[in-house]
Design a protein around this ligand. Structure first.
Ligand code: AIR
Length: 215
């Protein structure tokens, strides 16, 4: 702890990336530290009903083909929230609500979004449809499907025709997490605070692996 406002709850691990980042930042910039996750990373995903705390204008849009995708995509939303990045979250389907999906994608840049994370399963066209109607970077997360375990989602997302790119991530939760981290890395190109936060996140992750005890 190195500054006023950095004395978090004693349950917070000393290596908590969020706390170490904010404490290292506070003395330099006057940014006030706030309460971080109550237990070791990724505690936030263990509390699915916890309120989102990031404030300000949403910079990342998270759109998914169905509310049934939310239990997976919540990992992306919570991670971005931990980085202090507000998100706009919607369930919209390229097939069931095509007009609303197109409207949402077309208006994304005007609403201030910088990156779109789009998730869908099965005939997963949502990310491609988003990429077709906005110049914003679109990060696709294929959802695991019952019939084909997400291979259908993956291939329908990753096999975009040349000219309309979708950056496609792994199937399911790892893809949701990595899409969120990729969004952070993208925003960090023009935000030093986010770059430092990403460094702290990675350092904490490395420390956690190296300190892990096997039975
Ligand atoms: N989906 C919905 N509209 C178009 C697509 N591809 C996807 C959702 C979800 C899956 O269909 O993204 O992964 C099943 O949706 P539901 O609502 O039947 O659970």
């Amino acid at each position: 702890m190195n500054g006023a406002g950095c004395a978090g709850p004693s349950s917070l691990p000393a290596a908590g990336w969020w706390l170490s980042f904010h404490c290292s930042l506070a003395p330099k910039t006057g940014v006030e530290a706030r309460a971080g996750p109550a237990t070791a990373w990724p505690a936030v995903t263990e509390k699915p009903s916890a309120p989102f705390t990031a404030t300000g204008r949403p910079l990342v849009g998270i759109v998914m083909g169905s509310t049934s995708d939310w239990p997976v995509m919540e990992a992306a939303a919570r991670l971005l929230d931990e980085f202090g990045i507000a998100t706009e979250r919607r369930a919209l389907s390229a097939h069931r609500t095509p007009d609303a999906a197109l409207d949402w994608g077309r208006g994304a840049g005007g609403r201030g979004l910088k990156v779109i994370i789009a998730a869908a399963g099965g005939a997963a066209h949502l990310a491609g449809v988003m990429a077709a109607v906005t110049p914003l970077p679109v990060l696709g997360v294929p959802m695991e499907s019952a019939a084909l375990k997400g291979m259908d989602s993956l291939l329908s997302m990753v096999q975009m025709p040349g000219g309309i790119p979708v950056a496609t991530f792994a199937i399911g939760k790892p893809g949701a997490i990595n899409a969120a981290l990729f969004a952070v890395a993208t925003l960090a190109l023009s935000d030093e605070r986010l770059r430092l936060a990403l460094d702290a996140y990675r350092a904490a992750q490395t420390k956690k692996v190296l300190e892990a005890q096997l039975p």
